[in-house]
Design a protein around this ligand. Structure first.
Ligand SMILES: Cc1cc2nc3c(=O)[nH]c(=O)nc-3n(C[C@H](O)[C@H](O)[C@H](O)COP(=O)(O)OP(=O)(O)OC[C@H]3O[C@@H](n4cnc5c(N)ncnc54)[C@H](O)[C@@H]3O)c2cc1C
Length: 416
């Protein structure tokens, strides 16, 4: 068992590793480059709309077992809220049709029931989707399933677009397969949508920091790792600019930073190179009574609308095409769609647009192949992060799972 474990990066991967390691008896120190923990999963006060918002609306599913076990460990699982059943209301802005996908628990008899499945689809469409579960060598999704027809447009496309954050036909079929296996194919009990209604910070980040500090884990903010020095096949020193930390025999380092930061710190590391953006829009307005917590939009720029207290927020994945659209124009376009979808006759309310250019790595087969394992060639260095080889796309579940795996490697002593 390592004596001191240095965890670099206080995103969900680093925090999940720290929470797992806190009771282990090792001295655990978390080093975060910025003044706030959370990384790509954080809340902040936005002056324009005068409320606290998240950098992006984050959907968790009830089958995301690593995120849920992390939330349970830090005592905040009750802050992830959603409907009692796996129900997903949708509206098609072209045809004006509305329907609710209702996935039952256990064996998937919902695909036999017209009132539960997607309108305009047939049983055979769902059975053909099962091809995705038998993917061998990785390939683009478009080479494995038929990317046309109502089931694709109204269910597979929105699900995989949200999970992979790129145009699904280009996406890794191996990653798409993992998503379908852990959600749709696992039954309604794995598909209940959960949202941090009070915000990502209050639910997933601040309780973790409090939990860690209460267990003598030091969380050092504004403490960026600038370089690592290696000797005899191990990390020998961490260089933080103003100070350094020597890595003694039996100590370990978990590097839980984003792709580009890891590539700069570890010589010769294979990492994904491409990214995809996500855009979010936030509107300060009360949702009309009856608005579902989450609404899927088909045939719009808007993809998902989330109803928070006093705010409607929108997620648009694979949003590189929107990065240079003037903000006011984008807000207006999205608001027209949202007001139609939820039935509000109001002028554009106070709004904010948040665009994250490097939201996730591009989940293509080529990029998936570049993801490194947690173990490295350096005996005391373990990697974590949503972009490491977890078998999942870049999601909170991938981040939490990678953090848990890194902690287990360190605890088992196989990394020191
Ligand atoms: C807009 C948006 C929407 C999203 N929506 C969803 C969703 O609906 N569902 C879902 O499951 N996932 C979603 N995701 C993905 C999810 O946010 C990420 O997968 C997850 O937060 C990644 O966590 P991480 O710890 O791997 O990396 P990060 O969150 O990037 O954390 C890395 C940390 O390392 C720090 N760091 C970097 N360099 C150094 C250094 N040299 N020294 C010290 N610290 C350093 C960074 O500051 C950061 O805090 C979304 C992401 C975005 C951006």
């Amino acid at each position: 068992m390592a004596r001191t474990v240095h965890i670099i990066g206080a995103g969900l991967a680093g925090l999940a590793a720290a929470v797992r390691l806190a009771p282990s008896g090792a001295t655990v120190v978390v080093h975060e480059a910025t003044a706030y923990p959370g990384g790509r999963c954080r809340s902040f006060f936005d002056r324009t709309i005068g409320m606290t918002i998240d950098n992006g609306n984050h959907l968790v599913l009830s089958g995301n077992r690593s995120v849920l076990s992390y939330a349970e460990a830090i005592g905040s699982a009750a802050g992830l809220v959603g409907p009692a059943a796996a129900e997903f209301p949708f509206v098609d802005l072209t045809s004006n049709e509305r329907w609710t996908l209702r996935i039952n628990d256990g064996l998937p008899w919902w695909i036999f029931d017209k009132s539960r499945r997607v309108p305009g689809t047939h049983l055979g469409d769902y059975l053909r989707l099962w091809r995705l579960l038998r993917v061998g060598a990785d390939a683009p999704v478009g080479q494995v399933i038929d990317c046309s027809g109502s089931l694709y447009q109204r269910l597979v496309h929105p699900l995989l677009l949200a999970a992979l954050n790129l145009e699904p036909r280009e996406g890794s079929a191996a990653l798409a397969s993992a998503v379908v296996r852990e959600t749709l194919a696992a039954g309604g009990q794995a598909c209940r949508p959960l949202i941090a209604r009070e915000g990502l910070g209050p639910v997933l980040i601040e309780p973790a920091i409090e939990h860690l500090r209460g267990r003598n884990v030091e969380v050092r903010l504004d403490h960026e790792l600038r370089a690592m020095r290696f000797s005899d096949g191990k990390v020998a020193e961490l260089d933080f600019g103003a100070d350094t930390a020597s890595i003694g025999a039996g100590d370990a380092v978990i590097l839980a930073v984003p792709t580009h930061a890891a590539a700069a710190l570890v010589p010769g590391l294979s990492t994904p190179q491409g990214y995809r953006a996500i855009a979010n829009a936030h509107f300060r307005i009360d949702a009309p009574p009856g608005t579902p917590p989450m609404l899927g939009i088909i045939n719009g720029t808007t993809e998902w609308v989330f109803a928070f207290p006093g705010r409607l927020s929108v997620t648009i994945s694979n949003a590189d095409r929107l990065m240079d659209v003037p903000r006011a124009m984008l807000a207006q376009t999205i608001w027209q769609e949202v007001s139609r979808a939820v039935g509000i006759a109001a002028e554009l309310p106070p709004w904010q647009i948040v665009r994250e250019r490097r939201a996730t790595f591009a989940a293509t087969p080529e990029e998936n192949d570049r993801r490194p394992a947690a173990r490295t060639e350096w005996g005391n260095l373990v990697l974590a992060g949503d972009w490491t080889a977890t078998g999942l796309p870049a999601t909170l579940e991938s981040a939490a799972r990678s953090g848990h795996r890194a902690a287990e490697l360190v605890m088992s002593g196989s990394s020191v």
